[in-house]
Design a protein around this ligand. Structure first.
Ligand code: AMP
Length: 241
């Protein structure tokens, strides 16, 4: 007989990884879950864009690599994440979005988590490539509140202005079709192996169909997290431990 799912309010977040190709919705879903579980989203892409805005040496290097769809070197990204982990808001857990992206980063993260009270749980969001292209090239975001829109599937009410605060929306420089194809190549060569790493090690891994309305994807991720955290030997739709 299957065990009942615990309530979301009983969830002990710990370290959560959202994995998947560019455009699967990691950032959107991380934002929805961070509110629900009161833990921060740590997006390495956002941290690198902040460096770029501040014109730091890391930001200048990241700018060049991001515009070609390539990855920033592991050591630099790991060091940036290590700094973020020192902030007290990460004490009860966090949602890593866009990290790890290489096996080297995944192994480094394992080393960081040895002393952590809870093991990592990893959720891979899956969406077909044609849909991803549309999501990436249609994506706009608010630089003030970070709300994400899409000109095809989730357009703002007023042309290119944020519904929440009226700020002009921006398109990321790397959200073009040409850079998308480079990012997909990088994903296949470097990051697909990270997903296999979590699928085959540790047993706290789930795959969730991301080609559904946002709320349904959140429901799928929540159900997987509750199962994986509380009784990883159990099963919900989509969990492959
Ligand atoms: P994202 O916002 O997650 O799509 O990331 C945008 C870009 O930032 C990527 O295409 C990479 O150039 C860089 N980046 C983000 N996260 C990482 C990471 N974990 N390792 C290396 N480069 C990264």
């Amino acid at each position: 007989m299957s065990k009942p799912l615990p309530n979301a309010s009983d969830f002990l977040p710990g370290p959560v990884l959202l994995l998947g190709a560019p455009g699967v919705g990691k950032g959107t879903q991380a934002k929805r879950l961070m509110q629900e579980f009161s833990i921060p989203q740590i997006s390495t892409g956002d941290l690198l864009r902040e460096h770029r805005r501040n014109h730091t040496p890391l930001g200048m290097l990241a700018d060049e690599l991001m515009s070609k769809g390539q990855l920033v070197p592991d050591d630099l990204v790991n060091q940036m994440v290590a700094e973020r982990f020192k902030d007290p808001d990460t004490e009860h857990g966090y949602i890593l979005d866009g990290f790890p992206r290489t096996l080297n980063q995944a192994e480094w993260l394992d080393g960081q988590l040895v002393a952590y009270m809870l093991p990592v749980v990893a959720v891979s969001i899956v969406v077909g490539e044609q849909e991803l292209l549309e999501r990436i090239t249609g994506r706009l975001s608010c630089p003030k509140c970070q709300t994400i829109y899409n000109i095809y599937s989730k357009p703002p009410k007023n042309d290119r202005l944020c519904d929440l605060d009226g700020t002009p929306l921006e398109q990321r420089a790397d959200d073009t079709e040409a850079v998308f194809h480079e990012r997909m190549k990088t994903f296949e060569v470097k990051t697909a192996a990270v997903i296999e790493y979590y699928r085959s090690h540790g047993g706290r891994f789930a795959e969730v169909d991301g080609d559904r309305p946002e709320e349904e994807v959140t429901n799928g991720i929540r159900a997987a997290l509750l199962t994986l955290r509380h009784h990883p030997e159990g099963e919900t739709e989509g969990t492959k431990a």
